[in-house]
Design a protein. Structure first.
Length: 388
């Protein structure tokens, strides 16, 4: 009887093990990309208990020490590498899909009309030209992913080339980022934020997107593209476990899109103390005080563009509606052990619900969440605040 009971539990949990979808969110510099890169590894080095510290203080205390020992043991034996869908890579696919003149005009618009010579060099650069030539062989894949009125499925041969296509786009994005930042620090961020806003407004990238009529269905164009990639990854994986992490969700309606469609979706916010994050961005990415303040406004949805609630980033709201909140101290740039330990903790619970008992903090958070749900205001229904 006991073996039957054990087998039944194993079968129930195996369903949770087959598919996990995590959407990362957090302000720039919080560590979303660091988290996604760690989850991608086939054999990540999960830190031992005595290695998880904030400066000289142990992070886990009391019963949490014993809980983490069990988590570490389970995570080490049962880790499956995640496939990382970088939203910036998909935005690159949109950018590569427009004509060179349109791309040049778009970058120029994002840099206030400056750097025409430098932008022309990027357009004629080996990185862009070769990527466009190579992407010609993946033209049908691009069309089926980006054009949502195209219901055609990928052929078997296209499925085999799907990962090669995604690798090509990722390599391009890394080089393109460097090219843009070589012209002006943060130009990459400005271009990709504007491109995301353009897609949410008119379903494509266009230099004059702010002056065009807002198309309501465009709100979900980017998440629908991500969803197509998710389905393709699941199809390629077939019967094997399929773990996916999205890096990163910046608009609350994009988060809602996945919450409505996947029971196995978890919105995970990565949170770094503001002072630590500011110091990190100033030290590593050379942000000035004004640039940091401007970034904070953009990521909080405080912009002057029309239909900002739907079109622009609102990381603050994404953090508010997150299912999981992770603390990531940034005082030691090369030490990510606290982040890694928490990722191990929550991925283990996704794989094996109830593996450990809730911590004191988690119990308090559950009480707070339940109290919030007792509100009579319908705008708080399901934790989502709709604009009036």
């Amino acid at each position: 009887m006991k073996s039957q009971h054990t087998e039944m539990i194993s079968n129930l949990l195996s369903e949770r093990n087959r598919f996990i979808l995590i959407g990362l969110t957090g302000r720039t510099g919080s560590g979303c990309t660091t988290a996604a890169t760690f989850l991608e590894q086939s054999k990540p080095n999960f830190p031992k208990l005595n290695e998880v510290r904030v400066e000289t203080n142990e992070y886990f205390k009391g019963l949490d020490r014993h809980r983490y020992k069990n988590i570490h043991r389970y995570a080490t034996k049962n880790h499956n590498p995640f496939f990382s869908i970088k939203v910036s890579d998909l935005i690159s696919a949109y950018l590569l899909n427009i004509h060179d003149d349109q791309l040049s005009a778009f970058i120029s618009e994002c840099s206030a009309g400056k750097y025409s010579v430098e932008i022309a060099k990027i357009i004629s650069s080996k990185n862009l030209v070769q990527t466009k030539v190579k992407s010609e062989s993946y033209k049908k894949i691009t069309k089926k992913i980006l054009e949502h009125n195209c219901d055609q499925k990928l052929t078997e041969n296209e499925l085999k080339n799907f990962y090669l296509y995604m690798s090509l786009i990722r390599i391009f994005t890394e080089k393109f980022k460097q090219q843009l930042n070589d012209i002006e620090e943060k130009l990459y961020l400005n271009v990709y934020q504007a491109a995301g806003n353009s897609i949410r407004r008119i379903s494509k990238v266009d230099a004059n997107f702010n002056g065009q009529t807002f198309i309501p269905s465009s709100i979900y164009h980017l998440p629908e593209t991500i969803n197509k990639v998710i389905k393709l990854i699941r199809k390629v994986q077939k019967s094997k476990p399929c773990y996916i992490v999205i890096d990163a969700i910046r608009n609350p309606y994009e988060a809602k899109f996945f919450k409505d469609r996947y029971a196995a979706f978890y919105l995970m916010s990565i949170n770094a103390p503001n002072d630590d994050r500011k110091a990190y961005l100033q030290r590593v990415h050379k942000y000035s005080v004004d640039q940091f303040d401007d970034l904070e406004k953009k990521e909080s949805g405080n912009t002057n563009i029309t239909n900002a609630d739907f079109v622009s980033q609102n990381v603050q709201k994404c953090i508010e509606i997150s299912d999981i909140h992770i603390f990531n101290p940034r005082k030691e740039p090369e030490n990510h052990n606290v982040l890694k330990a928490q990722l191990a903790w929550y991925v283990t619970l996704m794989q094996h619900p109830g593996f450990i008992t809730p911590t004191a903090l988690e119990r308090v958070m559950q009480i707070a969440y339940t109290a919030k749900m007792n509100s009579g205001c319908m705008t708080w229904f399901n934790g989502f605040d709709y604009p009036s």
